[in-house]
Design a protein around this ligand. Structure first.
Ligand SMILES: [Zn+2]
Length: 410
């Protein structure tokens, strides 16, 4: 039996709920607000031309904490301040990168455009100032917090004095060395406060070779269809959840602005959203695990979510199908198990015949692919899945012969 063994560096994220008192939570709120303040200040300074590099961003952090006008800035742990400056700089860099690549929908980034953007309403993709939201977070690096010896309590040691919280969760931090914890992120959600531990982990997973490769076609009728014609249904609960969310949304819109009832209704809706997204996430995670576990190579369509949003109906279905999260899980497990996941451009995957390559035009309602050229008959989605695998393999072999980088690989 052949085994494939990989050694890969992976960031694991463990999440646990923080149990503390109301006043402790208010201290966390302050820390979160300060993180946001640092981020927004760096963006402001960049707009004003004072920050031109990552280093400048760090320097700006120092200025903020030394400034007596902002006493709260110095209360946040210094590495946490840096982490938030990094976040700001990352969004600025993303903006520059998108400009360079001339990503559709994003404007060119010459000086004039930047100047114009500074003076007028922000453009799409332009780093934004973040506003207050319930869901927000503050990020600590390797200082400003301390785990108890039994690793069941987390204490914040910066000047916000949030104190010690009990950790609730199924994860066991005992498996990891303290040095492996690279970051601790405090997240505020509608149902409470959570700590995320980012753990630098060398995950080593043995995987038996299956001798199988597959392509996946995602659709509205099925969550996905693979090359062998296996079809995974969309889970029924997605529809049910959607109905529930709609009901809560309607209830919220009937309440009066600023009223206590509105606050309650918003909280209820927020909690429902959380529950729905957790359930969805669990389900897609299992699907991804199954796909990676039973194949040596997986090909998927490189769907551009942004383009799809233009079609309202489709966007809704796409989010229902949780395809996006599924892709994220596929990419993650691909790294853990050393299974290549290759994304291909979605051109003609449903129109062409996967047997002879001729174009066979069909409408969205035609469910069966029947090729008049070679006589090949298959389910429409299965034919598409086969095309996806084929073009992934072609892409792969072209890259091999070119001896170029494996950029196409995820
Ligand atoms: Zn054909």
């Amino acid at each position: 039996m052949a085994y494939r063994q990989r050694r890969r560096q992976i960031m694991l994220v463990y999440e646990m709920k923080l149990q503390g008192t109301e006043s402790q939570y208010r201290s966390l709120d302050e820390a979160i607000r300060t993180g946001l303040f640092v981020r927004n200040s760096v963006i402001r300074a960049w707009l004003d031309g004072q920050v031109k590099s990552r280093n400048d961003a760090y320097k700006h952090c120092k200025l903020l904490s030394d400034n007596p006008e902002f006493p709260w800035a110095s209360r946040l742990n210094s590495m946490a301040r840096q982490a938030h400056a990094e976040r700001a700089w990352a969004s600025i860099e993303r903006f520059y990168r998108n400009c360079k690549q001339k990503t559709p929908g994003k404007k060119r980034c010459d000086l004039a455009a930047l100047q114009a953007a500074r003076g007028s309403a922000p453009r799409k993709g332009f780093p934004k100032f973040k506003k207050y939201q319930v869901r927000a977070s503050v990020e600590y690096k390797t200082s400003g917090w301390k785990l108890s010896g039994d690793r069941r309590y987390l204490t914040f040691t910066d000047k916000f004095q949030a104190g010690t919280f009990k950790l609730w969760g199924s994860r066991n931090l005992h498996f990891h060395q303290l040095e492996q914890i690279k970051r601790v992120r405090v997240i505020r959600r509608h149902d409470g406060y959570y700590a995320q531990f980012l753990i630098d982990h060398e995950r080593e997973e043995k995987k038996e070779l299956t001798g199988k490769q597959t392509g996946l076609d995602v659709g509205l009728n099925y969550f996905y269809t693979d090359c062998s014609g296996n079809q995974i249904d969309n889970p029924r609960f997605l529809r049910k959840d959607e109905r529930k969310l709609k009901k809560l949304q309607r209830r919220l819109s009937r309440t009066q602005k600023g009223s206590q009832n509105r606050k309650k209704a918003r909280n209820k809706l927020g909690r429902a959203h959380l529950k729905v997204s957790r359930r969805r996430n669990d389900w897609v995670c299992k699907q991804a695990q199954h796909v990676i576990g039973s194949n040596d190579l997986v090909a998927v369509e490189n769907l551009r979510i942004r383009n799809m949003v233009k079609n309202h109906h489709l966007a809704k279905s796409i989010s229902d199908a949780a395809w996006y999260r599924f892709r994220e899980w596929l990419e993650y497990m691909a790294r853990v198990y050393g299974v290549p996941v290759i994304a291909v451009e979605p051109a003609y995957t449903s129109q062409n015949c996967s047997n002879c390559g001729e174009k066979v035009v069909k409408t969205l309602s035609t469910r069966t692919h029947e090729c008049p050229h070679c006589g090949y008959i298959a389910d429409r989605d299965e034919n598409a899945a086969r095309n996806i695998l084929k073009s992934a393999l072609k892409q792969l072999s072209n890259k091999e012969t070119d001896k170029k980088s494996i950029n196409g690989l995820i």
